[in-house]
Every structure is written in structure tokens, then in C-alpha cells.
Design a protein around this ligand. Sequence first.
Ligand code: NAD
Length: 314
Amino acid sequence: MRIKRVLVSGGAGFIGSHLCARLLKEGYYVICLDNFFTGSRENIKKLIGNKNFELIEHDIIYPFWKDVDEIYNLACPASPIHYQYDSIKTMMTAILGTFHMLNIAKNTGAKMLQASTSEVYGDPLSHPQKEEDWGNVNPIGCRSCYDEGKRCGETLCMDFNRQYNVDVKIIRIFNTYGPNMCENDGRVVSNFIVQALKGKDLTIYGDGSQTRSFQYVDDLIEGMLRMMATERGFTGPVNIGNPGEFSMLELAEMVIRKTKSSSKIIYKPLPQDDPKQRKPDITLAKAKLEWEPKIDLEEGLDYVIDYFRKELQN
Ligand SMILES: NC(=O)c1ccc[n+]([C@@H]2O[C@H](COP(=O)([O-])OP(=O)(O)OC[C@H]3O[C@@H](n4cnc5c(N)ncnc54)[C@H](O)[C@@H]3O)[C@@H](O)[C@H]2O)c1
């Protein structure tokens, strides 16, 4: 039987590396496409050498062609530090990159899963966020390159679906954490853990009352595979996240407790357009994908603390 060929754009990044590993385990031939802007060979070093794994260095703002059965479009910097570093490039990646991936899907008949984000809800007007919420997003702020880029990516997916019948599947990923996150890209879970392990102060932006929900990466990957397996015509969007809600202060205290750190908590001003609350309504994912997260924050943090402990020792 012919092995299914899957293209993973952004496959050397945090989420992409876990996805590539899982797809190989499931018996797929995996083509990992990455320009290594935020991803690294280190993340995928265990996969290199596998006969079913192919690594291609390519920037998806330029056209690309490969005959594949499925595409997971993940390529895009995801942390504010990285996506604001070259905001125009971020927007081009989110829009032109998605356009190029959709063209492959159009020409090969491949299904395409689009890694969208809870950022499309902006500073949400309702809580928890449901897929039918249209979002409250600033179109001209310094986060807009990412938020609006991702919104436009969703639009392109739906237009390729309506115009060319491309089988697209949109998921809106909520805050995800796990091994292979960058140590210093400003994302709160890795930030706090690394600060605590180094005995440095934990920085909270604002008064720490803003909430987020945190999903362990393995749960997300399971949700992605289930979404890809849905029938033709089911486009989503579907929220994939863990509805457990924690304030930044609670998270900081949990990390200090778990790492047994002597670090203190310090406060800095809130960045522009930082949403006050974020929590997914996962009713649709439960019903349609029979999916819900299995790993709670207490358990997931243990895995990531372990990971960063080893990384820092190295
Ligand atoms: N991590 C989260 O909490 C989260 C939440 C919502 C959505 N997402 C989405 O999931 C996807 C993966 O996020 P992540 O957390 O793994 O981020 P990441 O930065 O670790 O991974 C992104 C990958 O894309 C690559 N990339 C960036 N621009 C590219 C380009 N122009 N051409 C080719 N490759 C390029 C990077 O080198 C990197 O390997 C992103 O699309 C992001 O928007 C992530």
C-alpha cells in the first residue's frame, strides 16, 4: 500500500516538531518544510535519518510544489517577540505562505489543516470564546501583523474551499506549552519556568489578574490529527485548547512551588492589546472530534520543568 505523504510547514518549530514525530509514529511519510526562523534542527534531530522523514529548507512566502495527500500549515512565528521582529514578513508568511500551501492543496487534491489561533478573537467580547464569535481585534496595532494575518489566513482557506472545493480544516489553537519551546521567546510558561530555574525574578505584566488557559502539546497534536480525519466538507473552525483557566499570578506561584525556587514575582506594565481573558469553549471539539484535553496544568508543568532543567544543564 502507498504510504500517505504529509507536508508540515513549520515542522521544525515547537508544535511542528511534535506533530512530525507523531505523524511518523502513525506511519506517514513526512515532509518538513521550514526556513528555521524560529524553528531549529535540534527540535527534529531525532527524526533526521528516518527513511520516512524529509527535511526541506524553504521560505513559504515563495511558491513551493510537492505532490502530497495532506498539508498541515503551521509556518508562522507565534510568540510576540518573534512575530513583531519583522511584522511585515510575519503578515506575508501568514497570508502569502497560506496562499502557497492552499495552491498545493488545490492542485493535488490534498486536505489542508490550517493552524489558526485564539488571537483571532482579540480582546474577546464574550467568555469563554466560541467559534461563532467574530473577534474584537485592533487592525492597526503592533500585534495586528499576527492577529490579522491569521484572520486573513482563515479567510483564504474558506475562499479556496468555496471557489475551488479545497478540503480545508481550520483549528484555532489556544495557548500551548511543552518541550521544544524556545527558552527566551517571551511566552509565559517557558518564561516563568526558566526564570524560576535560574533563580531570577518572575515577571508579570500588569497586575497578574489576566487569565489564560494552557494546553499541553500532546493534547493539541491529538486534536490536530482528529480534525484532519474529519469528513470532506467539515471546515471548522474548531477551538483546540484546555478550558482550565488560570491567572498569571496563579501560574507564577505554581511554577515557583513546583521548581522549589526562591525567585520573587515582579510586576511590569501590560503590553499593548494584551487580552484580559482567554478560555476556549470546546463544545464543538468534544462533539465533532470526540476530543478533550487529558493533561492538566499540574501534570504538564512537571514535564516542561523537567525538559528545561535538562536543557539548562546542557
Ligand atoms: N504555541 C501556541 O501556543 C500557538 C497558539 C496558537 C496558534 N499557534 C500556531 O501554531 C503554529 C506553530 O506555532 P509554534 O508555537 O510551534 O511556533 P514556532 O515559532 O515554534 O514555529 C513556527 C515554525 O514556522 C517556521 N517559519 C516561520 N516563518 C516561516 C516561513 N516564512 N517559511 C517557512 N517556515 C517558517 C519557523 O522557523 C518555525 O519552525 C503557528 O502557525 C502559530 O500561529 C501556536
